[in-house]
Design a protein around this ligand. Sequence first.
Ligand SMILES: [Zn+2]
Length: 127
Amino acid sequence: MGKRINYRKIAFGAYGPLCAHCGFGIPSVLEVAHIDCNRENNDPKNLIVLCPNCHKMHDLDLISTETILQMRDRPKIVKWSKRMKDAGKKAALTRKHSAAGRKAAATRKRNRDSNANESFLPIEVHG
Ligand SMILES: [Zn+2]
């Protein structure tokens, strides 16, 4: 038995924890594929970081090996952290809007309730 080599560590070290094809970047979800299908060949050139989706598509030949190798070796254009920052900003804006909406709704409800109270007839007292 060959000794167990942490090829995930090798691939993440060489290419970063990003799917070579789509840029997905959660390390615990990412997979590492052996391009020649030989699990003993842990040369970084034989390894590629892929998300489960792209890995499956590659296995089914929906993504060619040439394509993922080109994408692996091309400088990364997508700045994932920047995209996430923008997404966070947008989400915060949405939260702000909905918070304002809830406040307005609460005010309307309060006004409606107080108007309703004013229109109440005096309570009948049974003696
Ligand atoms: Zn992917």
